[in-house]
Structures are given as structure tokens and as C-alpha cells.
Design a protein around this ligand. Sequence first.
Ligand code: GLN
Length: 498
Amino acid sequence: MTRREGKLGLYRLSISEARELLDKRKITAKELLNAIYQRIASVDSKVKAFVTLSKEQAYEMADASQKEINAGRSSALSGIPLAIKDNMCTKGIRTTCSSKILADFIPPYESTVTSKLGENGYILIGKTNLDEFAMGSSTENSGFFTTKNPWDIERIPGGSSGGSAAAVAADECIAALGSDTGGSIRQPAALCGVVGLKPTYGRVSRYGLVAFASSLDQIGPITKNVKDSAILLNIISGNDSCDSTSAPIAVPDFTKVLGNEIKGLKIGIPREYFIKGMGREIEKSVKGAIKKLESLGAIPVEISLPHTEYAVATYYVLATSEASSNLARYDGVKYGFRAAGRDSQREGKDLMEMYMNTRAQGFGAEVKRRIILGTYTLSSGYYDAYYKKAQQVRTHIKRDFEEAFKAVDVIATPTSPTPAFKIGEKADDPLKMYLSDIFTISVNLAGIPAISIPCGFTSSNLPVGLQIIGKHFDEETILKAAYAYEQSTDWHKRKPNL
Ligand code: GLN
């Protein structure tokens, strides 16, 4: 904080910095929360990161946390204001998925991740914007509004966790959670110049995360630095009886490996990821980052992931198939919005008409496109040609990584082929939009962990992200490498001028 701003500058703090000041009683939870809400009041009309602010509950949570702190019983997140992507259920607080169909949905239960944050004393400040049902790479598919990139408000923040990434980059929260089905944590983190981690599939419980593609979805932290990422991962990880896909695997203390040296660490550089069509400045920054890692003792090794060219097609068959099935539940009966009938008195002449009106009015264009695509690929006669074939290719993609990891410890790639693009630039061309996920989706198909960290800026001052991919359940090694890199660079310290 600067002297002039006094305690109002507290919004700049990271989790670990805030923890120290709170525990030493240099600041109170309420002062920190005031600073955050002031910051939101002064910049969110530009950034538009939040769908809902939960002020009243936040101040209650701050009081409760302060009592714990005063009693010398503070937990890892006591008094720390966090933002949550609006596809994770928060009991009593609207959870919309940025969809009109859930615009008034107030969950009667809490997601496992937010319960765990709650047990650790966090303060929920609000729910962040996303592409409707997390389908997109820019937040332009939000049913409400587009979030702006804090580095250039004419550009997208990435997506689908664009609201969370923008809020962290703009210091509108201390840190946030996002979800990642095909890149939705890492790509917005890269485009906003912050740290985003997608854990191994099964590391974090998905209970209470509104399902998009259940075999790919995973929740993870979006933070100002690598240490905060490890702190949040410690809290949200672990087996959960409410989610049978969460793994019964021990959770290490992820902060322990930070600061360990990376001498001799073998870093795979996949040939297929340095392709034509990638922005020149992206390539330069990422290659520079690999050099830096080398100077810290890591050993770059060229590798091949031969099925990379099929990843986008495979993902968009599987993700849309799963989405079409998951989104069948929004029928106007069980959840949320129900369309009024033509004379607005009745809901349709029969049940079918009510279903059709509700879904036609409740879902946006991209969600409908995916339901149609996914229904097609799952339908009899086409199932074998599309869904089954895609599952087979998925196995090949997974094996590519298994093969590569026999020779290397981690894999380094760009997170996104371009920096943040202009709002509207790809909005009318879904294929172009889908291609921007080229470097992130293989990781979801393989179920492995990956982190994106800032590794440079373009000449027009837009952030560039480096992706570090790890073996199954080996988040420790990617965090260790990411931390070593971060500590030897200053990229993460730069702030957008808002
Ligand atoms: N951009 C990808 C998609 O549109 C990934 C989204 C995500 O990870 N939720 O599906």
C-alpha cells in the first residue's frame, strides 16, 4: 500500500501478505474488505468482472473471521476476500452461470470448494462473470455482459473464467476460483497477466460446480502469484464423498516445494506447439522463459505430442456431447427460469411447448449450438462415427503425454497462441474462437495438471502466459518450476493502469 492511499491501498495485497498483516493486527478484516469494495466501486464499472456482490454476507463473514483472529485461532484464509466464478453453488447467494435460465437461481446448498474455503475463514465478496455455462474463451458468451481486460478495456479478458481473472488482475479481490474444462482457468489467467492453475482431474471435488463436461471439468485457483496458488490448492484439494470422481489420494502441502531448486529438471518442449499462426511476440516471450528456466538449471528436451492436431476436434465432440446431456435438466420444471406462454398467462399449450419456449428463451446462441452439436454426435447412427471415435483419439492424446513424461518432468508451452483479442473480433466465428484453445485442451483430455504464469508482455503491453504441464497428481513439480521462474522475473509485479 502507498502512504497516500493508506489502508485503502490494501486491495493490492496477496493472500500471504494479507495473512501476515491480519495476524499481526496491523490491519483488520473489515479494513481489508472496505479496501476491496472501494476498489470495486472505483474500477468495476470499467472492468465488469462481477455478476453479484454479496456485501452483507461478506461483512458478517469478516466479523466472524476477526473474532477468530483476535482469539489467536486464525485459519489460512481468515479475513481474506475472495471472488468465486458464478458456476459454483453458494448457499443463499444467487448462482447464475451467467445464463438467463439460472438468472434467479439461489442454491439451497454449498459447493465443496466454497465449504472448504469457508472452514478456512474466507470472505466471499461476490460471484464473477463467465461465458454462459463456461462455454467460451472470452466472456462474450455471458448472458449478461462482457467482462473487459484490465490491461486494455477494448479487449476480452479471456474465458470462460474471465470475470475471476479480470478481478484478480484489477485487484478487485485478493484471489479467486475458476473452473477449467478446456482452458478456462489458464487462458484468462494468461491474457490478464495472473497465475491460473488447473489441477489434475480428481484432485478437487466438483460437487456443487454446475456441470458443463463432467469428464473434463476441474476447479482451480486464479491468483496474483504462485505461492497463493499453492495456498488455495492446499485448501480445495482432497477426496470428497459427494463426488465419486474425486480421487482418494493424499494431498501434500503444496507450499513446501516452493523455493526448491530446479537444477536438472527436464522440461519437454513439444515440437507441435511452436507452429505457424502463433503470435511472434508470444513465441519470443515463451522461448525467453524457457531460456530463463535453463539458466536456473533446468534442461530443455525436445519432445513430440503427435496427436495434438486432433485435440480441438476431439474436445469439441466430447465437450458438446457431455454438455448436451448435462444441460437436459434445464427444462423449466426443476430449475430456474420457465417461459411464459404466448398470452403470457399460460406456459405453453402443453408440456412440450413449455420445454421448448423455456430453452429457446433461456439459453444463448453458443449454448444452443453446443446442445445441438452434442445431441447430434450422441444420436444413434452417428455415435460411433463421432463420440466413440473422439473417445479413441482421446486415449491417443493421453498416451502422447504418458510417453513424453517418460523422458521429462514437466512440459512447457505457450498458454494461448495470441494475446487478448479485441471484443467482437471472433464473436461471429465460432471456429476461430475454438482454435484459440489449441494449447490448453489436450491437458483436459489427458486429465493432467497445468499452470499458467506471466512470462512477458507484447509491444502493446498485453500479458503473455507460459504454461507448465505436469504428470498426474504432480502439481508439486509444476508449482516448484513456476515459483522458481516467477522469483527470478518481475512480470507478475506489473499492474494494469486502470
Ligand atoms: N474455451 C473452451 C470452450 O469453450 C473451454 C471452456 C472451459 O474451459 N470452460 O469450451
